[in-house]
Design a protein around this ligand. Sequence first.
Ligand code: ZN
Length: 162
Amino acid sequence: MTLNTLKSYHTVMLRFRSILTLVLVLITTFLVSCGGSPEVKVPPTYTPEKIEQLQVYITPITEAREKMAIVADLIAKKNWVDTRTYIHGPLGGLRLQMLNLSRSLLPKDQEKAADLAKEVFGHFERIDAAAKDKNADLAYTQFKEALKDFDSFLNLLPTANS
Ligand code: ZN
């Protein structure tokens, strides 16, 4: 075999392979479009496996929710330095965790969850600003709002026994 025949043989094989791929795609498309007799729409739900996977995201968030009591305590003591440190430190990663979890929820809940996560952080930012101004009333009002949105967020999450 000369180099040229070898090359043209190779070209032919490549072309044959791409035609074969195309045929397979067409067959698959055909089968798929015929296979699904009248489409039954089942509303998506969480499988136990999915809920288990989500726990990786959910656990640090529920832990953060428990730590909110510490923030309430710091505000009550007018400990503004630690209030601000706590929001940026231990609760600093919460925004990303909540947004990541939002994207893993059922499609119908994703937008609501992301909105609530942003709400929580809007309130955190206002607690931070209030702490900077040593404004206890505002800090506490914003804290209560943050809790409300945080709990609404948690209510969207699936639980193992539901
Ligand atoms: Zn809010």
